[in-house]
Design a binder for this molecule. Structure first.
Ligand code: F6P
Length: 503
C-alpha cells in the first residue's frame, strides 16, 4: 500500500520552481514564522518543489504509516526503539513527556545544577577550565552548544576532546593548567574505548602535574553510574541520566553539563525551554502548519522521488559552524538503515548523506557543484538576523546578502547565452531558516526541530531511528586487532597492520 504512495510521489508532475512561484499564495503557504522563546524563526520552504500535490501524497503516506501515532508514542514514553525495547525520552529532559520520566529528568537536572553551581561558586577551588571527554553523541552536542554560545566568553573554558588520536587530548592539555582544570567524562555506556582511554590519560596528566586527588576533579556524565563508580568516580560527582535518552539525543541530559557550566544554569534552562517550545509546536500544530512535518516532507520528496543521495546544510553564521557535524550524526546514525523497524528490507533509499559547512566559506569551495554540477542537492541555509559581532555592520550585511543570493541563484539560474560553461540550469531547491537572534533558547529550538525532523523522516519510512547497530562491527574488529593482531584477516588488512607495525 505505502509502496503505492511512494510510486505516486515519483509519478507526480514536476513543475519548476519558477512555475510554482506563479502562484501568488506560494510564499504564505510555505513560509512560517514561529514565535519562540529566543525570538522568531522564519522557516521558508517556498524555494523547494513542495506543492499541494506533493504534500497530499506525503500526508497520505504519513497517515498510512501512522506517523502521528508514532509521535504520540514518542511523547508518552512508549517503546519507539523496538530493537532495544526502549522509549526515546529526550523530550522528557525538557519537561515534555511521560510524567514519571519528566520527574526523573528534573531530579537529575537538580543534581546537575547543584554540582555546576558548587563548581562555579568555588567549592572545588579555582576552576578555570573543563576538559570534556566523550565521543559521538557525548561530544558533538556539547561542542556545538559551547562553540555557538560562548563566543563572548564563558564562566569556565570548555575543551571538548573526542578523538582517540592523542593529538586531540594534547591540544586540550596545552590550553589548560592541570591545577585549575576539572574533567567531565561523558559516556552513556561508560565503556567506550576512546573516552575511557582519553580519560585515563587525562588523569595521568593531572598526576604528573602533582594534582593530589585527580579522581576528585572528575565528574561523570552517564547512564551507567555503576560503571563510573567502578572506574573510580565518587558517587557525589556522578550525574546520571536515563537509559531511554539516546546518545545523539542526550545534550539535554547531564551530557549538557559543560554547557551549563560554561553558560550558567539560567542560560541552560533557557536552552531547554527553547527546545520545549519546539516540542510543543511539533506535538500540537496541525500537519499542514507543522514546520517539522514540512521539512521532513521536503527531505523525503528529494530523497525518495528525486533520488537525491545527499542533502547539504550551510550555516551563514560562524557560531553555528559545528551544526553540520552535529546533524550528520543525528540524521545518518538515526536513519542510515537498510531495514525497517520490523527487520524487513527497506527497499528504497534511507536517509541521504548529510553534509555541509559554513557560509560564506563554502561558497568559495563547494558551491560550484551545487550550481552547475550534475547532482541535484537540496540545500538548507541557516542565518541569524542579529549580528554576533560588533564590527562594522557591513560584515553581517554582506554575510546575509550572500546567503539569500545563493538561494535565489540556485532557484533562478542563468540562461545559456551562447556559452554553456557560464550557464546555470537553476530550479535547484533550497530552504532557509532565519532566526531573529542566536541565544540559548534559539539554539535549543533549532536542535529540537532537527531531532523531530529526523524522527518524522524515520517514521515515514518505518525505520527505527533510535538504534545504531551499524557502528558495532568495526568496533569489534578493532578490539580483535588489539587482542589477536593480524591473525585471520584478509591479505590487504593484514599487510596494512604489518606495514603500520601493529600486526
Ligand atoms: O559508536 C556510536 C555510539 O554508540 C553513538 O551512538 C554514541 O553517541 C557514541 O558511540 C558514544 O557512546 P557513549 O556515550 O556510550 O560513550
Amino acid at each position: 500500500m505505502t509502496e503505492t504512495g511512494w510510486s505516486k510521489l515519483e509519478a507526480l508532475p514536476r513543475p519548476t520552481l519558477e512555475e510554482l512561484f506563479a502562484d501568488p499564495r506560494r510564499l504564505d503557504a510555505l513560509c512560517t514564522t514561529l514565535d519562540l522563546p529566543g525570538g522568531a524563526i522564519r522557516f521558508d520552504w517556498s524555494k523547494t518543489h513542495l506543492d499541494n500535490a506533493v504534500l497530499e501524497v506525503l500526508s497520505s503516506i504519513s497517515a498510512e504509516m501512522d506517523v502521528e501515532g508514532r509521535r504520540e508514542a514518542l511523547f508518552t514514553g512508549e517503546i519507539v526503539n523496538p530493537t532495544e525495547r526502549r522509549a526515546a525520552e529526550h523530550t522528557a529532559q525538557r519537561g515534555i513527556g511521560n510524567g514519571e520520566s519528566v520527574e526523573r529528568a528534573m531530579a537529575n537536572h537538580e543534581r546537575m545544577r547543584g554540582l555546576a553551581e558548587a563548581i562555579l561558586s568555588g567549592d572545588f577551588g579555582e576552576v578555570k577550565s573543563l576538559i570534556h571527554i566523550g565521543i559521538g553523541g557525548s561530544a558533538l552536542g556539547p561542542a556545538l552548544a559551547v562553540d555557538a554560545l560562548t563566543r563572548d566568553g564563558a564562566r569556565v573554558d570548555v575543551h571538548v576532546v573526542s578523538n582517540i588520536d592523542g593529538c586531540a587530548l594534547e591540544q586540550a592539555f596545552a590550553a589548560c593548567d592541570p591545577a585549575t582544570t576539572m574533567l567531565a567524562v561523558a559516556s552513556k555506556t561508560f565503556t567506550t574505548i576512546e573516552t575511557m582511554t582519553n580519560a585515563e590519560s587525562a588523569l595521568d596528566w593531572m598526576r604528573q602535574a602533582g594534582v593530589g586527588d585527580p579522581y576528585g576533579r572528575v565528574v561523570a556524565l552517564t547512564a551507567s553510574p555503576d560503571k563510573a563508580i567502578e572506574w573510580g568516580v565518587d558517587e557525589t560527582r556522578i550525574l546520571p541520566f536515563s537509559e531511554t535518552v539516546g546518545g545523539r539525543y542526550s545534550l539535554w541530559s547531564s551530557i549538557g553539563f559543560p554547557v551549563a557550566l560554561a553558560l550558567g544554569w539560567e542560560d541552560f534552562s533557557a536552552f531547554l525551554e527553547g527546545a520545549a517550545a519546539m516540542d510543543r509546536h511539533f506535538y500540537e500544530a496541525a500537519l499542514y502548519e507543522n514546520v517539522v512535518f514540512r521539512a521532513a516532507f521536503g527531505d523525503l520528496y528529494y530523497a525518495q522521488a528525486r533520488r537525491c543521495e545527499t542533502r547539504a546544510v550551510f550555516a551563514y553564521d560562524e557560531r553555528l559552524a559545528l551544526l553540520p557535524d552535529y546533524l550528520q550524526q543525528l540524521e545518518m546514525e538515526s536513519n542510515g538503515k537498510r531495514v525497517t523497524a520490523d527487520g524487513k528490507p527497506l527497499g528504497r533509499p534511507s536517509a541521504p548523506v548529510t553534509w555541509g559547512g559554513v557560509g560564506t566559506d563554502a561558497q568559495h569551495a563547494v558551491f560550484q557543484l551545487l550550481h552547475q554540477g550534475t547532482h541535484l542537492i537540496p540545500v538548507d541555509f541557516l542565518a541569524v538576523k542579529a549580528a554576533g559581532d560588533v564590527l562594522d555592520p557591513a560584515h553581517h550585511r554582506i554575510l546575509l546578502s550572500n546567503c539569500f543570493a545563493q538561494g535565489a541563484a540556485l532557484m533562478s539560474g542563468k540562461a545559456d547565452d551562447g556559452d554553456a560553461a557560464r550557464a546555470y540550469p537553476g530550479d535547484r531547491p533550497s530552504a532557509t531558516m532565519l532566526c531573529d537572534d542566536l541565544n540559548p533558547a534559539t539554539l535549543g529550538s533549532l536542535i529540537a526541530f532537527h531531532e523531530h525532523r529526523t524522527f518524522v523522516n524515520g517514521a515515514m519510512l518505518g525505520i527505527n531511528s533510535f538504534d545504531q547497530f551499524g557502528v558495532e562491527l568495526g568496533k569489534a574488529i578493532a578490539k580483535r586487532i588489539e587482542s589477536d593482531g593480524a591473525e585471520g584477516f584478509d591479505a590487504s588488512t593484514a599487510a596494512l597492520l604489518d606495514a603500520a607495525g601493529i600486526g
